[in-house]
Structure formats: structure tokens, C-alpha cells
Write a protein of this length. Sequence first.
Length: 598
Amino acid sequence: MATLRVKSGISAFALLAIGGAAIAQQKPESILPPGFDQSPAPAPRPAPTRAQPTPASPATPVPGGANAPPGAAAPATPPSAAAPTPAAAPTDPVTGLPIGPAFGSVHYPLPESSRRSLDRVGIAPADGVMNPAAFGNADGQYIESLMRNTQAPIASRWVSIALRRLLAQPLDTPRNVNGADFAAERAFLLLRMGESVLGRAIVQSVDPENYTPKLYQVAMQAALATGDVGAMCPLATEAVKVSDEPAWKLGRAMCASLSSSPGQAKQLMQQASRVATGVDLLLAQKIAGKGANKADITIEWGGVSNLNSWRFGLATAAGEDIPDQLFNGAGVQMKYWRALSPQLVAYKRAQYAELAAAQGVLSNAALVDLYGLVDAGDDTNTPANAIASDLTTAYTASSRDGRLGALRSLWKSTDADEPAHYGRLVLTAKAAARIPVAASTDGSDDLIASMLSAGMDGSALRWRSTVARGSLGWALLALADPSATARYAASDVGSFSANAAKQKMFAAGLAGLGRLDANAAQSSGVDIAGENTWTRAIDRAAAEGRPGEVLVLSAVGMQTADWRGVSPQAVFHIVNALRAVGLSGWARMVAAEAVTRA
């Protein structure tokens, strides 16, 4: 198993993998927005929302490693802005210039009835995972440390989807943490997972008057991830009072221009030019040019060696086409942000859409809809158009063989890279479900794997009577069947005619679901008896009934983009823990995914 790292003692906004080249660069033209490229100085932690004694936090579990203390304390709560005074216009704290209400500097307090509590933060879910008390009596500082140090992407599509739903839904703030800071940690993990839209939604589910320095930092990153410069504007004036981040200075200048305050914009942009140069400044000036200044700015990417969140966000907002090669050295989450960007034409979004689907960022329905837009668009002769054409045939061909042939073409034409292939299975899931069951079908294994990649276990189980014992389809259905009462033996695992990695994942999944004796799993090569800090932590969270902690620890156990870095032992403990806290459907899908992708 690859080393699963949980770094300790590092700020929440330390050097993270959003552009490997960006991290190493020390050139003055990069402003290196914190959150992905540099660490701000720590500040004192604000008082918790509920006054309780603070026990010693449990150590952060590191699979196979030593205990590590939780991360650095959160910064202090920012001062509240004063209510506007009718007799005198407010002035900028830096320039001394008057600032109009359109710039967002005037704070109008919300009436008490409209204020949102920090005791429960989140957005109303259409498909929530669990109740708001998902973290139970877990220590909030411990949970924050786990989230802060989880290195995305997470290997499992299904663990990613479950964690996304958990982090986005209304959650009770755990003890010993500030609700705004906890929302910041949730949003920041969502952004690193590629969930730009949901990350922004969590940031915006906190009233601005309750923002902390940490939440201001994450709010900037959420605005950039979604290419939404306007999301900075209600926050910019207060943010510069508590943050020395140069990006907020540029943000104020852009927002002043967008709010038709050219005098303020000019002064603020002149000040911002002292802290940013090169393409970073030009992109800000181009955004400002879309407002009152109407400036004509040309962006040249030839001398730009890396892509960071600032460049991604402003280029997306400005309609600038980012060269493909810059994504090669950037964090993979930027590719997912691109797939979610409605500002882009469909074939550009589709470039990384299947990778996003393999990660759980895009559903089967969203992926099919995107290729429908590609097919209906004016662009032709792109790789996305060829995929859209085959997908149309897979749905509309007059014969069963014609539809099955189109599916085979899609599966075979995918990149050899495993995430891309799994994303293609997600794309074809509903089309696969439309294939009539036959006694013998070449490709039934792929049909079943495709349906299960989108959670369509009912459709996949139609094939139960036709699959041969020992085939991949047989193994997947043995794991995915929600009503299975059968018990399996080591001989059943041995009959699975797959490679050794798939056999071990099959045994791990069956054992985690309670369908295979632990001794049989151990004899099949799954180290169930072995223990480390992480296995003890996830087993304890499951035994004490804390599903939120189980999901976060499941992500900790899958901190790799390569399934070769996920051990059967980790799959056993994750599947077993999910089942123990009532998430058996997710447990079955994780088990089936592990066999498919191993």
C-alpha cells in the first residue's frame, strides 16, 4: 500500500498540489494566492461558538505511521464593519477615498430573523447522506485536522461522492471549533476534490458578518475556482482589513470597476500593481476593463510556465482560452473545475469531463447532458464530437447489436489510463442498462461494470442468471446485490478468474460486507488482522456510530489518484465501517468499484 500521508503542523493553507510548477516558482510575476501556493502567518483561534472545556485532541491517524498532532490553530475572527453613517460617506481604509455602496463596503446588518446560525451550516440537500449530527461527539479540532491534511484527489468515486454530499449538507458544528472556520475547512476540501460549485455554496452559507480570516481565504479560492469574480465583491473591503493577501487588493480594484467606480478602480489598481506584475496583473486589468474602465488588454501566455488558481479563475472569468499544456503541470482539481465551468464551450468542458466523472464530480446524467451539448454545438471534428456520435448510436441504433457495438467502441477507444476508462464506464451506464439481457453476451462484464459505476444495481442484477461463475460480472453482482444472504468461501474467491489484485479486492469487499469469513479473507491475501493508527481510528468511529467521521477517515485511507496505492486492507475497513454506520449502499458500491478498478 502506498504511504497514506496526513501531514501535521502545517497551516490549512500550506503548499498544496494546485500546480506543481507553481509551488516551486519564486518569480515576482506570480502573486501565488494563498490556499494553494503559499501559507499565511497563523493567528490566534477565535472563541468556539459553544463554550465548553477543550479536551486534548486525538492524534491524526496516519495509516502505517506514527501519531501526528492536529494542524495549526485558526486565525482570529475579523472585526465587524460599522453600520453606515448617513452624514458622511465611508472612506477606503487604505487610500482614504470615498467608497460607494455599489462597491460593497457599506455593511447593512441583517435583521435577527434573517441571520444564520453558526451552529449548523450547509445547503439544503436534494440527496443528503445523513442527519446533521453526523459527527456526533467527535472533537471538532480533530475533524478539522483530518480534513485539512487530506490530500485530494481521493481514489474512490463512491467515497468522493458520499464525502461531497456530507460536506455540502447542513451539519452541526462539532465541539471546540468555530462554525465559520469549520465551514472553511469543509469548503476547502471540496475545492481540492474538484467540487468548485459546492465549495462556493458552503462559503456563501455563512453570513458575511461572521467571516473569519480563514473563511475569507477560502472564499477567494472558491471565487477563483468558479471563475466568479463577482463573488469577491461583497467581501473585498472587509477582507483587506484582516488579510495581507495581495489578491484581495486586486479584487477590490476589479470590483470597483465592475461597480462603475472608475476613479476608485484606477487608484486601487495602481496600488495593486505594486504587489503583482506580469500575467497576474494583466488578467486583473482585463477584468477591470470589462467594467467602467473599458481597457483593451491582451493576454499573452507564451512566457507563463505554470497555472495557479488566480490565473485559472481570472482567465475563465475573462473568457481567455488557457493553453492545454498549462493544465499538465497543474493540480488535477483544476481539470475538474474546468469541466464544471458553464462559461466554457461544451467541447472544452468535455476535455476533462470523463476524468471528473471517474472522480465523482460529474454524474452519468451530467456527463450525458454535456455530450448532448457537444453534439448540438457548432464545433465539429473534435474528439468530443466523435464520442458524442458514438454515444448517440449507443442510445438510438435500431438493433441490439448496433447499440452494443457502439458501447464496445466507446470502451475500447478510451485512453489506457485507468481513471479515463472508468469515466467512460460512467458515461455509458444508462445506455448499458438499455441493452436487453441475453443468455450469452460478449461484453456483459463491461455492461455490468458500467451500470454499477453509476449505482444502477437494480439494472445490473437483471444479468444475475446469465453471468458465469468466476467471471467479473459474477463477482461484481455478488458484491452489489443489496438483498444477498449467501455466504462465500475462500474457494469462491479462488474461482474468480481475474488477476491477483482483483481477487484480493473481491475478498476484501465480501469480508467488509459480512459475506466472507475473516479467516477466509486472510487466507486470500487480505491483511484483515493487521492494525495501524488509521485502522483503529476508522473502526472506533464506526463502533461509536459517527458516520461523518467514518466518511472523512475513508477519504484519509484513499489519498491517491492511482488504485495501485489502495490496499485490500483499506478497502475492507472502509466497506466494513460504512456498513456498520448504516451506509450499506455506499459500502456495496465501494466494494464493486474496487474490483472494477484494481
